[in-house]
Design a protein around this ligand. Structure first.
Ligand code: FMN
Length: 372
């Protein structure tokens, strides 16, 4: 009961007081406030984060996926803290796991600014960041300085790192980039997510064919076994929402054949319609890039549902989780965990709590694997 009251209070505080201010900072360029928010969070002292966590984090509702124990099923999606500047803050805000990145083997600036747009009327974001990041070695070093090593639970929750290829690397040489990034982060990540689905790196999505994935996954599988023969780091793959059912079959076949451990569905979409098929309302609707948030809810659920019916690999739902109901619908479609980005921007930490509370208090599908 206290939990629900607190969730409502945190929601009211964020949407009523903090969000109106945040959305005006930097003349309304969302990237400015985004960077400042992460910078601020990175300075919060650890004892204060622990206090915040005691207040904000939902009660534990553990789930096991890929041999990892997730405190609750709500994760921070890739892209929000690409360079791992505030890794300790996200569990304090209630997240049950954290995915940093996407990082590439070498640092790169990404696309020209502006490249992130809020579509408030549509509860959505369009971004064309283009993997702006400090590079996989930099992220690994920062985490190491913080005391993170794979499996030591320094964050108190599992830590995933998403990796991609550099913009100037051709798909022909993409495997080398993924291998370099994997080697850089394997010592600090509890799982590594393979991003072959960002729409903002030209040609990247073409890696989602069966042949390309089999080559990529095969090499990554070999590399992770070289790094740790006894306990190779789990590998997850993240797919685009636009794949046809036949293409999803290919992803599943490639993943199952090469020991990939889970599939994240989905990344942002290039479609420009609302979930009910109507046109987007925001003035930014025609911006180039990937669309996330509410318009993606239905599509992500369809993809999760298809995958869950065609593979026993765990599915992690990402896309349009802007309410507890959207999260539960993904669970009903077969997702074992969910990740949130856009919903967090619009609703703040209360959304994480509300999803976790509803997830814990409602019936679960019979085959959901749980810890006692
Ligand atoms: C500004 C922005 C940057 C993103 N960057 C990445 C990224 O680097 N890697 C990645 O795998 N996904 C990235 N995503 C996609 C999110 O992780 C997520 O899959 C997608 O936004 C759908 O979830 P949502 O509707 O909760 O936002 C990004 C999304 C946004 C809005």
């Amino acid at each position: 009961m206290r939990g629900r009251w607190l969730t409502s209070a945190v929601h009211a505080g964020y949407t009523g007081a903090l969000r109106p201010v945040l959305f005006r900072v930097g003349d309304g360029d969302p990237e400015v406030i985004h960077e400042r928010m992460i910078e601020t969070l990175s300075w919060v002292p650890e004892p204060m984060l622990s206090g915040l966590r005691g207040l904000l984090a939902p009660a534990d509702d553990p789930v096991e996926v890929s041999g990892l124990r997730f405190r609750n099923p709500v994760g921070l999606a890739a892209g929000l803290d690409k360079n791992g500047r505030a890794p300790l803050a996200w569990p304090a805000l209630g997240f049950g796991f954290v995915e940093l990145g996407t990082v590439t083997p070498r640092p790169q600036p990404g696309n020209p600014i502006p490249r992130m747009f809020r579509l408030v009327e549509d509860r959505a974001i369009i971004n064309r960041m283009g993997f702006n990041n400090d590079g996989a070695p930099d992220l690994a070093n920062r985490l190491t300085r913080l005391g993170v090593t794979r499996g030591n639970n320094r964050l108190g929750v599992p830590l995933g790192i998403s990796i991609g290829r550099n913009k100037l690397t051709s798909n022909e040489h993409a495997t080398d980039d993924y291998l370099a990034a994997l080697r850089a982060v394997a010592g600090v990540a509890d799982y590594v997510a393979i991003n072959v689905s960002s729409p903002n790196t030209p040609g990247l999505r073409a890696l989602q064919t069966r042949a390309a994935l089999e080559e990529l996954f095969g090499e990554l599988d070999e590399a992770r076994r070289d790094i740790d023969h006894h306990d190779p780091v789990p590998i997850w793959v993240k797919v685009a929402p636009e794949l046809t059912w036949a293409e999803l079959d290919d992803v599943v076949a490639a993943a199952e054949n090469s020991g990939v451990n889970a599939i994240i569905a989905t990344n942002t979409t290039l479609d420009r319609v609302r979930a009910d098929g109507s046109a987007l309302q925001s003035r930014h609707a025609a911006e180039a890039g990937g669309l996330s948030g509410e318009p993606l809810t239905r599509k992500a659920r369809e993809v999760v549902s298809y995958l869950a019916r065609h593979t026993d690999l765990p599915i992690i739902g990402s896309g349009g989780v802007t309410s507890p109901d959207a999260a539960l619908a993904l669970r009903d479609a077969g997702a074992r965990l969910v990740q949130v980005y856009t919903g967090f921007i619009y609703s703040g930490p209360a959304l994480v709590r509300a999803i976790a509370e509803d997830w814990a208090s409602t019936d679960k599908p019979a085959d959901t694997e749980e810890l006692s």
